[in-house]
Write a protein that binds this ligand. Structure first.
Ligand code: ZN
Length: 183
């Protein structure tokens, strides 16, 4: 019987494979997976935004779309958010790690909105929109995002720092951006 011997050699083989696992090829594969995730997310976001404009009364043509529509769109998305943002009256206002649940609303995290606007801004120009009139690049959007960021930082007691982390950190930004449009 050589079962024991075979088992031993398999284990040895797998552990040496693990040690050699962090190759450049794996890194590259991860990067291209992240890129295609970005592309498909961008496509989804663009469709969601187009649907949103169509659902307005009266419907808004893309050529008429301005930064106010974009801000309204971000407010609309809050109902699908997963980030607890405490109201001023809440006892947990400004606490990064509240000890109990509260009834404060869930919102889109600032980082999610920021990433979303970046994708939509690119999509707008890919669909023939001019960079000069790109509503996603409008200064009013930057102002709105900055306000959201500051408000959430205060309410949640979490200072937003510039994170210089590994690629895996990028994933976090997408969490809230899965809006499901009601039929
Ligand atoms: Zn609260």
């Amino acid at each position: 019987m050589s079962t024991e011997g075979r088992k031993d050699s398999t284990e040895a083989g797998s552990s040496s494979r693990t040690a050699a696992g962090s190759s450049a090829a794996a890194d590259q594969q991860q990067a291209s997976a992240a890129l295609s995730r970005y592309e498909s997310q961008k496509k989804r976001d663009w469709n969601t935004f187009g649907q949103y404009l169509k659902n307005q009364t009266p419907p808004v043509a893309l050529s008429q779309c301005n930064c106010n529509h974009v801000v309204e769109f971000m407010r609309y998305l809050d109902q699908f958010g997963k980030t607890k943002v405490h109201l001023h009256g809440c006892v947990f206002f400004g606490q990064p790690d509240p000890p109990a649940p509260c009834t404060c609303p869930l919102r889109q995290a600032w980082g999610s909105l920021d990433a979303l606007i970046g994708r939509l801004r690119a999509a707008y120009e890919e669909h023939g929109g001019s960079p000069e009139t790109n509503p996603f690049g409008n200064g009013a959007i930057r102002v709105y995002l900055r306000e959201v960021k500051e408000c959430q930082a205060k309410a949640r007691g979490i200072p937003y720092k510039k994170k210089k982390r590994k690629r895996s950190q990028l994933k976090g930004n997408d969490e809230d951006n899965q809006p499901k449009l009601l039929p």
